[in-house]
Design a protein around this ligand. Structure first.
Ligand code: NDP
Ligand code: 2IT
Length: 446
């Protein structure tokens, strides 16, 4: 670590002593962009780096609601309005018991660079709550969600801050959130993305993050004259991102052999084909079931209780569950077993030591802020359609998404090429940073 980075990170630590994930996310960016800042006196004079790590606004609120037993429950709600240099604050809402301000600040920080990479006019934000939708009735989810929006609504708007889904926030939650906003604001607008098709949603938004991560892998593989076809693929998670990653890998002729949830993983060496995937989607989205049920249903499948899928040999891996799910040992195991391409559907799924393993091995490693940008990119396309009062076709949205992922890949190559190898971490961080930094410079000390 250079002296400049060390001093900068000491200050981050001093100002945010309990925020370990935020520290991790900032360090990963600062290490790569510090030379760019050092070479630009205007960035230094106007303290771009010092300003970019400070959220423009942090909103925290009480979320009281009544459960089915008529007992009062209290959760904590947040919205981090991180950076509005490129457009309205934009980013998802996470409902999960592990959510703290630290979690959301790291996610909001990543969102700055990711949203910049999409090339669309969106700033960065993230929000959520420590509410866990698991084992809650639809009625309880609605009661909580309406209470959450009763406070959030005064801080958001289609030109101000546009939330969407993330872990624990899917179509059901977005519907309830939108309904309550509409009722309170007396306004039908594009204030949230991921809406249902027919009431303002965009086709391909549910698919976008997973499809995008596969498109990004396709671009990385193409730099070596290779493709997804015939590859053995591991995927973690079994939620929104994981499901559509499997769908696109299948379409391109790869074979996915794993899925997981927080209880364990399944290993199906025959591959999770379209029929099995349809069953998983029904299990997860309609019955809110657990992934171990897959092993009961499809014979010849192993259930690896309490295990992540990274011990299973593969060519390509798509971590699509949660932050820090690939530790240093997992990264070493993946590389030792022949994995040569990792495309991150999740946000910050690899710990710093794991990233170093991938970079030292010079594999094709696409960090989340580049590889999973397809979700927020199609959210931005949903905002465009809402503003124009129209709906685009499936083909058009998928084509736009594909082009955006190609552009992000190209930007990473432009800023990350090191001799005959591409450092996508360097490329994504620098390309994402420059655009935001220049916009902040132009907009004065705000
Ligand atoms: P979902 O809620 O649909 O699915 C999350 C999946 O991850 C579930 O299978 C869940 O299992 C699993 N998971 C959660 N916590 C853990 C854990 N501690 N260990 C192992 N597995 C865990 O969320 P998404 O698919 O939307 O999000 C997945 C990742 O992708 C997140 O990192 C998210 O931030 C990121 N992302 C999502 C985007 C989107 O558009 N939705 C866009 C860009 C990134 P369980 O049921 O046991 O909790
Ligand atoms: O992490 C992410 O980019 C998301 N959860 C999607 C955000 C969005 O606004 O669509």
């Amino acid at each position: 670590m250079s002296e400049d980075v060390k001093n900068f990170m000491e200050n981050i630590q001093k100002k945010n002593p309990t925020e370990v994930k935020f520290y991790q996310a900032v360090k990963e960016v600062v290490e790569w962009v510090m030379p760019v800042v050092k070479a630009n006196s205007a960035y230094q004079k106007t303290k771009i780096l010092e300003r970019i790590v400070e959220p423009e606004r942090v909103i925290q609120f009480r979320v009281p609601w009544m459960d089915d037993a008529r007992e009062v429950q209290i959760n904590r709600g947040f919205r981090i309005e991180m950076n509005s240099a490129l457009g309205p604050y934009k980013g998802g809402l996470r409902f999960h018991s592990s959510v703290t301000e630290d979690t959301l600040k790291f996610l909001a920080f990543e969102q700055i660079f990711k949203n910049s990479l999409t090339g669309t006019p969106i700033g960065a934000g993230k929000g959520g709550s420590d509410f866990d939708p698991k084992n809650k009735s639809d009625n309880e989810v609605m009661a909580f969600t309406q209470s959450f929006m009763s406070e959030l609504f005064r801080h958001i708007g289609p030109q101000t801050d546009v939330p969407a889904g993330d872990v624990g926030v899917g179509g059901r939650e977005i519907g309830f959130l939108f309904g309550q906003y509409k009722r309170l604001a007396n306004e039908f607008s594009g204030v949230i993305t991921g809406k249902g098709y027919g009431w303002g949603g965009s086709l391909i938004r549910p698919e976008a993050t997973g499809y995008g991560a596969v498109f990004f892998a396709q671009e990385m593989l193409a730099t070596r004259g290779d493709s997804i076809k015939g590859k053995t693929v591991t995927v973690s998670g079994s939620g929104n991102v994981a499901q559509y990653t499997v769908e696109k890998v299948n379409e391109l002729g790869g074979k996915v052999v794993t899925l997981s949830d927080s209880d364990g993983s399944i290993y199906d060496e025959n591959g999770i084909d379209a029929e099995k995937l349809a069953w998983v989607m029904d299990l997860k989205n309609n019955h809110r079931g657990r992934i171990w049920e897959y092993a009961e249903k499809f014979k010849g499948t192993k259930y690896l209780k309490g295990k992540k899928p990274w011990d299973i040999p593969c060519d390509v891996a798509f971590p699509s569950a949660i932050e820090n799910e690939i530790d240093e040992n997992d990264a070493k195991t993946l590389v030792a077993n022949g994995c040569f391409c990792v495309s991150e559907g999740a946000n910050m799924p690899t710990v710093q030591g794991g990233i170093e393993v991938f970079l030292n091995a010079k594999i094709l490693y696409g960090p989340g802020k580049a590889a999973n940008a397809g979700g927020v990119a199609v959210s931005s396309l949903e905002m465009t359609q809402n503003a124009m009062h129209l709906f685009w076709s499936r083909e058009k949205v998928e084509e736009e998404l594909h082009q955006i992922m190609k552009n992000i890949h190209e930007a990473c190559v432009q800023h990350g090429k090191v001799d005959d190898w591409i450092n996508y971490v360097k490329g994504a961080n620098i390309a994402g940073f420059i655009k935001v930094a220049d916009a902040m410079l132009a907009q004065g000390i705000v």
